[in-house]
Every structure is written in structure tokens, then in C-alpha cells.
Design a protein around this ligand. Structure first.
Ligand code: BGC
Length: 844
């Protein structure tokens, strides 16, 4: 039987309001082997699309605003069987002008450091007749929560979301029909968020607006149709129970306070008017897993420490059983303990504190406008018998679509840790860490982690939203601010021609990873110009003041680089940065090669040749100028200097094995410990395993001495860390006081967890050979020594599952090959078998 497994609209199965031209995709399932699509017919309204594609089927007809559309898919396979599925979507305002004006509180002048007072807006609605349908279109500069008659309208957090506000701001549409009774109060509470509040470790505020502003329209949909916009008839106050709200510092909430001092809202001229308001096109942030404390104990300070057993991004819910009016409860958050107390020092200037003033009796409190990165909370002001505390993980709704497990529990834990760090850092945008005063969209981190992310999660909607911001923020010369949305964050905005190796490379890494997973060429097309401009900027810097082959060495004269960021074999930040000549030149070669591949996918022959030539020139320069020509790095060797050119195939065929030997020697000298920073880490195991040294790759992976991935697991890590030695081998915490980073140590960073990519590709063995896994390879490396591994990832065509065992000289493998795809299975003896769609069992 043929079945439609998934039908997506704009890359998502969720029913949404959309403002951009829709496109469709679908996955099929059948019990027949070697099945394929014959033809599909998609009907929307009056348009009929006939196709034999399953990915990115565009809809080009006109759409009406705020309208429901039903998409009907009928698919027929080559055996003549048919399947059908319908799904609806709604349009947003499309290009309809907004009647809602920006409103604010003109009497509130916000000048201080930190975040602004919380603003509350209300509008009383008196309706003679209830409309058939009532929708609210709403956005803010700041972050808001919407209530109708004091009931929250949604469970969404941090709406309207985080984007490059100057260009695009999301708005949401909620159906409030069922909440209205004819005499209603619409209330919107708006905190500072990213637009007005404190953001970046530079602690800037008022970046987009000087104070919060709200824009909304209530659409009463019946025969006549009426729109109630935000205007001066709304009331506003800054006096209410929310006394303070800030991402880094937390929330101060006084439940005994009421909203008072209501006055007329004013029309606001916002500092930065977003060019476009677009109905939510990213993944909204919601609460997810609920965690209960595994231990409660009293610290010497008297605070009760609750241990949730897991480091993550989230908030706590206080379920207070008994309290007296005015009783104040204080909650601190931390990732680790230090001398039996919460270690707050690593939060740097983030206070990560909740202060809650109680009403009399039983009550609950859940913060609205903040989140923290933590495993432990310290609570004072109430005894444990009077309160129950649970924690809620918070992150954008990225769906888990992959899994990996094997016969070594330590790797399973590493996989779990990688996923927790990923989820903790997918909060509206891809962030670096969720706890200290950063939580910024550092470009390098997501660039290096993108491939691992796409194996584990459906990243399409989430990352395409971020790529729109990346395109917006590309600077004149082709580079990027080092975090996006930059919110005017410092360097390199000051330098119009700035480009930073590996951090800027995200403009190629991210779309490429998305394309390989989704097969949607559109993601390459819409980012292609951005990639080319970036590559040009990198080449410009390499060429700068240089002659001959030196023109292809990206030296970084007068430039800023991160180099071999957090490499554990050197002590200081300046030493990581001093390695930029190697990292930057390898980056230029690699992005040129990736651009050549992308040009070829897009059918741009000339570009393909041009970038391939550049890749060869840069590779040759690396070998001629930075090595002795016989595979030895000139000057002081370090792992990354070998790893990058090896992983990117930059050395000549005859020098490659020599360079591999030199890398292996370095690794042996380091007792199989990792010596790479951010740029080298995702590639080191590939550089070895794909160059005939699987033995060394697996020795490194299974090593559990510091620095290594399994060291973090061995000493109890529940996430992946920013620094290999965040907890030092002698059991003391690394406070990074002397290394020039200003105490930069987080226990929840995903960048170094990019080893997850290797686990999927080389242990499980699943690797796409074509975008969307139309054809893919399964080639487990049995030299890993494991008895068993299993897992899956969801491709555009459906789930690819692999489960293998290698015991008593017998190899057995089960593979699910999705409908319409082809798998090349490489058996342990090197033989190749072609498996077409269906379930397969093979042994040897
Ligand atoms: C962040 C990183 C980031 C780096 C830039 C740090 O403070 O946490 O993950 O990539 O700065 O070098």
C-alpha cells in the first residue's frame, strides 16, 4: 500500500500562517520494494500542479490575505497505487498595509543600563455581536505575552522572536474567537527583550528602540469585517507585578502588585522601523521537557540547592504550597557547583536570578521574559517542604529527527550531551551558550555544528530564518559581523571589508548542510550571491600586499581572526589567534571547493571552474608556503594545521600520507588527546579515518583523558563544553582568568560537539551522496570495535534507519531505504550493494 508519510508547507508539517510564497514537499511510504513516484497532483484552491518532484514544489498563484487554503496531494507510484493527504495553511496579511500603529508610553524615559521597565497595554472591547472569527495580528519591539480576559492566548515564548529587526520583524497571528464573550479585555505585557533590553556581553541596550512599542490589529471577521488597531485609545502602564525582566539578570515579580497608573498610550516613532513585517517564519520558542530535582541539599550559605541532574536552557516553575503575603523567594541558577555553593562566577555579569514576592497561600510562578542555562538552582526565602520546584526546558520547536546509539554507553551519553547542548542553544537563533552574558548568534559556532545539527534535528525552518538575517547583515565588503543578529555588536562592524575565517564560513556551511539534508536547491540559490561575495572578501585579504604564491595565503595583516579558537595545546587566546595563517588559508581553500560544488549543483559551469581553480591555487600555496613540501608543517606544528588541509584534500597525493604520519606523531605525543580548537575539531576524525588511520581516529574518540570528548562524559558532563578542560583533570574548575578571554568557560556549548557528525557518518555510516539523500551511502567503519550501532535520520524522502552488529566474525545490517531513494551499501570486505527503497537485511 502507498501512504503519504509527510506533507510539508514551507518546509514544515505544522499548520501555519504564512506571508511568503508557499512551496510544498512530501514523503511517501510503501510496502513494495524499489518503489518510485510516478506522478503527483497537488491542488490548492483552483490551481493544480502536476509534478514528479517531491521537494520544493512552488505555488505561484495569487493568494488572498488572512485566508485558509487547503492543499490536497494525490500521489501515484510506478505500480499504479495511489495515496492522498490534505493539509491546510493560512495566509498572513501578505502585503496588506497595517492599520495598527506603533504605540508606547511617552511618559516613560528609559536611560539606565540594563533592561527597561515592563510595559502593559490594554484595550477594552465591547461587541454587540460576537464575530464568526476573531484574529489578532501582533508584534512588538521588545518581547510580549498576550492575554484575553487574563487568559494567556498562547504558550509561545519571546514573541515576536529575534531577527535583524532593521530589515525584518516577525508578527504573530492568533485566533482569539473562542476567548471573546462580548465584553473583553485584550492585554499585552511587553518586556525589553533583544530590541530594547540588555544584550551582548558589551551590555548594550536600546539598540532597536528607545522603549518598547506594540503594534497590533484585531480582525473581527464576519459579514462586515472590522479591524481594531493599536492607537491612542489603548491604555498603558509601567506599574504592575513585573518589576524587572531581562534575559541575563532574570525576573523580579511581585504577585501582590496590581497594574495601576493606567494612562493613554502614545503613538511612537520608533528608532529603527523594520523594513518588513512578516508572519512567523521561524520555529517558535516553547517549553519542552519537564525536569524534577534529583537531589535537594542545603548549602553552607543556607540556600537550598536543587539539582536537576541535567544542564540545559530553561526556567523553573515554583509550585508554592504555603506562603504569607509579602514573603520573598530568591532563585539563583548555575551550571556547576563550587565549594558546595552555586558557581555564579562563570555567568560573568549575568545575574540569572528570580525574585518572587508571594501572595498569601498556595500559588504558582513561572517566569515569562527570561531564561537561564543551568543544572542547579539555589533557593532562599522558603523551606523545601513548602515548595515544589520543577524545571522546564525552553527552546525553539526544532523536531528531533535523528538518533544514534551503540554498544558503548559512553558514546551514547556523548550523543545525549550533544543533543542537550544543541537544544539549549536553539533559542530563536543559534546561540553560543545559554547561561552567561552572551547567548548571541556567534556565526562560527553554528557553521561548524550545522551538519551535526541536521542529522539530529529538523533544522530547515529554524536555520533558514537565521540565514535571512545573515544575508541582511553581510557587510559591504562581503564579510559578516561575528554574531548575527548583531544588534550592533562591536567588531568587525567598524571595518567594512572584514572577513573572519571559519566564522564567516557559516554562510556556506549552513546552507550546504541544509541542502544536503533537505535536497532543496532553493536554499543554495537564495544564498549563492552571499557566498560568492564572502569568498571574494576572503580572497581580497589573502591577496592584500602579497605577491606570487603568497597571494593565496590569507595572512591576516591588519585583520582580526579567531584562529584555532580554544585549542587546548596552548594557553592563551592570543596564541589561538596567532594560528590564523593556517586556519584562514585552509578556510579559503575549503570554501572555494564548496562553492565549486554548489555551483555545479546549481548548473553554473563557469563558476564551478573558477572556484575549483582557486581551491587548487590556495591548496598549492598552503603546501608550498606553510609546509616543507614533504608533509611537514613549517615552524611549530599543531594538530589543526594538519587536520584542515587533510580533511579538505589540499595536499598532493604523494605528500598526503607524509602529512598524515606527522599528524599521527603529534597525536601520539599528546597521548591521543585532542589538540584542536573550534575549526579543527569537527574535521579531525575524518582527516584520520579517511586517510587510512581509522585506528588513530577511534583511539582519539574512545580516549577519556582530558582533553577528549569522553573525558567530559567520564567526569559527569551532561552537555558538551566550550573548553576541553572546563573542569580540569585535577577536579578544579577552570576560571580562565589568565588566558585573555575574560573568564570564558561554559559547560553548554555545541561547537565541539560537532563530532556527532562523525558518529552518524562513520560509525552508523549514513552519508548523503546527493542532496536530500536521493542517493546515500551506508558504510560503517567496523574498526571502531563496537559490537553494535543503530540509529536513523529523517531525510526529505523519509526515515533512513540503520542497525548493525558485528559479532563472532559475522556482520549483519538492517537498513530502511526510503521511498524513491537509493542506498549504496559498502560491506566490510569493500563490496558494494545497491539497495533500493524498502527494508533490507544483509549479512557477511
Ligand atoms: C563565544 C563563542 C564564540 C567566540 C568567538 C565566545 O565568547 O562563546 O562560542 O564563537 O566568543 O570567538
Amino acid at each position: 500500500m502507498l501512504k503519504v508519510k509527510r506533507l510539508t508547507i514551507c518546509g514544515s508539517e505544522k499548520t501555519r500562517y504564512i506571508d511568503e510564497a508557499p512551496y510544498f514537499g512530501f514523503a511517501l511510504e510503501s510496502d513494495k520494494k524499489d518503489n518510485k513516484l510516478n506522478k503527483a497532483i497537488i491542488t490548492i484552491d483552483n490551481q493544480v500542479i502536476e509534478t514528479n518532484e517531491q521537494i520544493h514544489i512552488p505555488y505561484n498563484d495569487e493568494l488572498k490575505p488572512l485566508t485558509k487554503y487547503v492543499v490536497n496531494l494525490k500521489a501515484k507510484d510506478i505500480n499504479g497505487e495511489e495515496a492522498e493527504l490534505s493539509k491546510e495553511f493560512f495566509t498572513g496579511k501578505l502585503n496588506e498595509p497595517w492599520l495598527g500603529k506603533w504605540i508606547s508610553d511617552a511618559s516613560y524615559i528609559f536611560k539606565e543600563a540594563g533592561s527597561p521597565k515592563v510595559m502593559t497595554f490594554v484595550k477594552r472591547l465591547k461587541l454587540e455581536e460576537l464575530p464568526k472569527e476573531a484574529l489578532i495580528c501582533i508584534t512588538a519591539l521588545g518581547i510580549y505575552k498576550l492575554f484575553v480576559n487574563n487568559k494567556p492566548v498562547s504558550e509561545d515564548y519571546f514573541t515576536p522572536g529575534f531577527t535583524t529587526y532593521k530589515d525584518q520583524l516577525q508578527y504573530q497571528i492568533y485566533d482569539i474567537s473562542k476567548l471573546l464573550n462580548g465584553d473583553d479585555e485584550i492585554k499585552v505585557v511587553v518586556a525589553g527583550g533583544w530590541a530594547v533590553g540588555d544584550f551582548t556581553y558589551g551590555h548594550k541596550n536600546r539598540i532597536t528602540a528607545n522603549r518598547q512599542a506594540l503594534k497590533a490589529e484585531i480582525h473581527l471577521i464576519d459579514e462586515i469585517g472590522k479591524i481594531i488597531p493599536t492607537d491612542e485609545s489603548w491604555k498603558v502602564t509601567t506599574d504592575g507585578p513585573f518589576k524587572y525582566a531581562d534575559f541575563y539578570d532574570g525576573e523580579v515579580y511581585d504577585a501582590t502588585s496590581r497594574e495601576v497608573n493606567w494612562h493613554q498610550a502614545s503613538i511612537e516613532k520608533v528608532k529603527t522601523e523594520p523594513k518588513k513585517l512578516i508572519a512567523t517564519y521561524g520555529e517558535v520558542v516553547n517549553l519542552h521537557e519537564v525536569l524534577k530535582p534529583i537531589e535537594i541539599k542545603q548549602a553552607p550559605s543556607g540556600e537550598y540547592i536543587y539539582d536537576f541532574g541535567q544542564n540545559f536552557a530553561g526556567i523553573v516553575k515554583l509550585k508554592i504550597k504555603k506562603a504569607v503575603e509579602g514573603q520573598k523567594i530568591v532563585v539563583h541558577h548555575a551550571e556547576v557547583l563550587y565549594k558546595d555553593e552555586l558557581c555564579l562566577k562563570l555567568l560573568r555579569r549575568a545575574k540569572a536570578t528570580l525574585e518572587y514576592t508571594c501572595l498569601e497561600g498556595a500559588q504558582e510562578y513561572l517566569p515569562s521574559f527570561t531564561y537561564m542555562g543551568f543544572r542547579y538552582v539555589g533557593i532562599s526565602g522558603i523551606n523545601p517542604e513548602d515548595i515544589e520546584v520543577e524545571a522546564h526546558a525552553i527552546y525553539s520547536n526544532v523536531e528531533e529527527i535523528g538518533s544514534f546509539s551503540c554498544s558503548d554507553e559512553r558514546l551514547n551519553k556523548l550523543q545525549e550531551n550533544i543533543r542537550w547542548s544543541a537544544k539549549s542553544n536553539f533559542v530563536e537563533i543559534p546561540t553560543d551558550c545559554p547561561q552567561r552574558d552572551e547567548r548571541m548568534g556567534w556565526t562560527g559556532d553554528i557553521g561548524l555544528f550545522a551538519s551535526t545539527a541536521t542529522y539530529n534535528f529538523d533544522m530547515d525552518v529554524f536555520l533558514r530564518k537565521w540565514l535571512k538575517d545573515l544575508r541582511s547583515e553581510q557587510i559591504r565588503g562581503g564579510g559578516f559581523p561575528n554574531s548575527v543578529p548583531s544588534q550592533s555588536h562591536g567588531f568587525p562592524l567598524t571595518m567594512p571589508n572584514m572577513a573572519i575565517d571559519f566564522w564567516g564560513d557559516c554562510c556556506i556551511f549552513v546552507p550546504y548542510a541544509l541542502y544536503m539534508h533537505s535536497g532543496d536547491k532553493k536554499v543554495l540559490e537564495e544564498n549563492y550571491e552571499m557566498m560568492k561575495r564572502y569568498n571574494k572578501a576572503c580572497l581580497w585579504w589573502a591577496n592584500f600586499l602579497s605577491f606570487g604564491k603568497n597571494r593565496y595565503i590569507w595572512k591576516g595583516i591588519g585583520m582580526f581572526h579567531f584562529g584555532d579558537w580554544v585549542a587546548p595545546d596552548t594557553e592563551k587566546m592570543s596564541e589561538w589567534q596567532a594560528r590564523h595563517k593556517w586556519t584562514a588559508t585552509a578556510s579559503l581553500a575549503n570554501t572555494s571547493k564548496m562553492l565549486a560544488d554548489i555551483a555545479s549543483i546549481l548548473g553554473k559551469k563557469e563558476d564551478q571552474e573558477k572556484y575549483l581553480k582557486l581551491y587548487k591555487k590556495v591548496s598549492d600555496a598552503y603546501e608550498s608556503k606553510l609546509t616543507d613540501g614533504k608533509g611537514l608543517i613549517k615552524g611549530k606544528e599543531f594538530q589543526t594545521a594538519y587536520v584542515l588541509p587533510l580533511a579538505f584534500n589540499m595536499f598532493k597525493e604523494e605528500t598526503t600520507p607524509l602529512a598524515v604520519n606527522n599528524l599521527v606523531k603529534l597525536i601520539e605525543k599528546n597521548n591521543y588527546g585532542v589538540g584542536t580548537g573550534f575549526p579543527g575539531t569537527p574535521f579531525i576524525l575524518f582527516a584520520l579515518a579517511d586517510n587510512n588511520r581509522e585506528d588513530v581516529a577511534f583511539k582519539m574518540l574512545f580516549n577519556d583523558n582530558c582533553p577528549s570528548w569522553l573525558y567530559e562524559v567520564k567526569v559527569g558532563g551532561t552537555t558538551t563544553w566550550e573548553r576541553w578542560d572546563a573542569l580540569k583533570a585535577d577536579g578544579t574548575l577552570n576560571f580562565a582568568e589568565e588566558d585573555g578571554t575574560g573568564g570564558m568557560v561554559s559547560f553548554n556549548h555545541y561547537a565541539l560537539g560537532a563530532v556527532g557528525d562523525f558518529m552518524y557518518r562513520r560509525i552508523l555510516g549514513i552519508e548523503p551522496l546527493e542532496g536530500g539523500y536521493k542517493t546515500f551511502q551506508v558504510k560503517p567503519l567496523l574498526s571502531c570495535g563496537l559490537e553494535h550501532a543503530e540509529g536513523k535520520t529523517r531525510s526529505a524522502y523519509g526515515d533512513i534507519s540503520v542497525s548493525w552488529t558485528n559479532k563472532d566474525n559475522k556482520f549483519e545490517i538492517n537498513i530502511d531505504v526510503p521511498f524513491g531513494t537509493e542506498c549504496q551499501l559498502i560491506l566490510p570486505n569493500g563490496e558494494k550493494e545497491i539497495l533500493r527503497s524498502g527494508k533490507h537485511y544483509v549479512s557477511q
